[in-house]
Design a protein around this ligand. Structure first.
Ligand code: UGA
Length: 451
């Protein structure tokens, strides 16, 4: 790979690298704002004119705790633009953080990544100074493909590294600034060194590897976490049959340091923009290379069934759901986000409507104005949504929902059936309050409650 001009190398070594971020979505914004908070000059580029205008106006287009404050605090180091040329002028290390949504086949759709390569060929200014850093989750092999495309289009001097993100929605800023690890895959050590240097101030372990291995770390991590969730969900289902309590089982397992305590919360399944998409992309990737990833097939199936199990629990207590009023408490795929992608609530609401139930819902952040919630009556408060309900389902464990006055809720419901889809409530306490209560793999409803 050709080295940058000596003057350029000196400038980079003497000063700080300037950062560019292509794609001001969730990952791009968090990356850009966090790097700005570390003292780097950051230019974010998006193709959505309304979004760029809003960002220039100081508005934050997504809900992520702490992001707006950090953005405001470091606004003098943040520039938002529609122009890729401007970004290239103003940056050395260029993160790519565009969407890679699932396609119909389950493969990741790389069209947005590839259109960045197309554009780089067309606009002036991409040269040896620049290292492209792939933040978007891309199938293993994408880096090699992008590298070949760059080389074929006269952009052989432009560097390329893979640096997957491990950000949890709702905790993304802490995850970025205090990471468990930073993974950097490179074709060229010097380019990897430049990306590693950006992160050094964080003091986290930095794994340096090849581009395909870095890409695989991301998929394997998400697939393993999803496997832990489906595993504990199946244990929960067995616990229901044998009268064991999955919370205790998970705590007992988790204290074994080889297992670990995290991601062993049983519930109504995982959702969000990452796990469902990445698990099926890895399964697909394996299949495309001739390997049938059997375990992941089950992880996906268990997750689908888990979302539907609530229906069975409701029917057990209410009989037919035709005309029954069911209140959904929470809609987002987890607390701390307004993200509804692959949220369990969507499947649950659709199944309930198909059973003829009247479905009402409340979420502190999601406003419900979406097509996939058609037929669901959205209420302004948790109290309103449970009023007169035949059953309530805790779908998202928001603090404000978990901390409700459950005695008052019990009074306002028509019948006191309560399903805790996130095991966030104390079953004994709920039964003492008079609920017909079920969690996921916790004490079965027929257990005698001590008075
Ligand atoms: C996930 C990963 O945790 C991040 O490390 C990764 O960077 C990110 O995907 C991504 O690939 O971008 P996220 O989707 O924001 O992050 O959410 P998680 O907090 O991991 O939760 C995912 C889902 O699993 C939620 O629906 C949650 O309710 C569920 N979950 C999580 C459980 O049902 N049980 C658990 O024990 C943990």
């Amino acid at each position: 790979m050709t080295e940058g001009a000596p003057a350029e190398a000196e400038r980079v070594a003497g000063g700080r690298e300037r950062v560019g971020v292509i794609g001001a979505g969730y990952v791009g914004l968090v990356t850009g704002v966090c790097l700005a908070s570390m003292g780097y000059q950051v230019t974010l580029r998006d193709i959505d004119a309304a979004k760029v205008a809003a960002l220039n106006d100081g508005q934050v287009p997504i809900y992520e705790p702490g992001l707006a404050e950090l953005m405001e605090e470091h606004r003098e180091r943040l520039t938002y633009t529609l122009s890729l040329e401007r970004l290239l002028e103003r940056s050395d290390i260029v993160f790519i953080a565009v969407d890679t949504p699932p396609s119909y086949s389950g493969d990741a759709d790389l069209s947005r990544v590839m259109s960045v390569v197309d554009e780089l060929e067309k606009v002036a200014g991409a040269d040896a100074r620049h290292v492209l850093v792939m933040k978007s989750t891309v199938p293993v092999g994408t880096g090699e493909r992008v590298r070949a495309e760059l080389d074929a289009r006269g952009l052989a001097d432009v560097g390329y590294c893979s640096n997957p993100e491990f950000l949890k929605e709702g905790a993304a800023i802490a995850d970025f600034l205090r990471p468990d690890r930073v993974v950097i895959g490179s074709f060229d050590d010097a380019q990897g060194d430049r990306v590693a240097a950006l992160y050094e101030p964080l003091g986290a372990p930095i794994i340096r590897t090849s581009v395909p291995s870095a890409e695989m770390v991301k998929y394997a991590s998400n697939a393993f976490l999803a496997t832990k969730i489906s595993f504990i969900n199946e244990i929960a289902n067995v616990c229901e049959e044998v009268g064991a309590d999955v919370d205790v089982v998970a705590a007992g397992m988790g204290l074994d340091s080889r297992i670990g305590r995290s991601f062993l919360r049983a519930g109504i399944g995982f959702g969000g923009s990452c796990f469902p998409k990445d698990v099926s992309a890895l399964k697909q990737l394996a299949g495309n290379s001739g390997y049938h990833f059997q375990l992941l097939t089950s992880v996906i199936e268990v997750n689908e069934l888990q979302k539907r199990r609530v229906i069975g629990k409701l029917k057990k207590h209410l009989g037919s759901l035709e005309g029954k009023r069911v209140a959904l408490l929470g809609l987002a795929f987890k607390p701390g986000t307004d993200d509804m992608r692959e949220a369990s609530s969507l499947v649950l609401a659709a199944r309930l409507l198909a059973e003829g139930a009247e479905v009402l819902a409340y979420d502190p952040v999601v406003d419900g104005g979406m097509d996939r919630l058609k037929g669901v009556a959205i209420r302004e408060s948790a109290e309103e949504v449970v009023e007169g309900a035949d059953a309530a389902v805790l779908v998202t464990e928001w603090d404000s929902i978990v901390g409700m006055d459950w005695a008052a809720v019990r009074e306002s419901m028509r019948s006191p059936v309560l399903i805790d889809g996130r095991n966030a409530l104390d079953p004994v306490e709920m039964m003492r309050l008079g609920y017909v209560f079920e969690g996921i793999g916790r004490l079965p409803a027929h257990v005698d409650v001590p008075s």
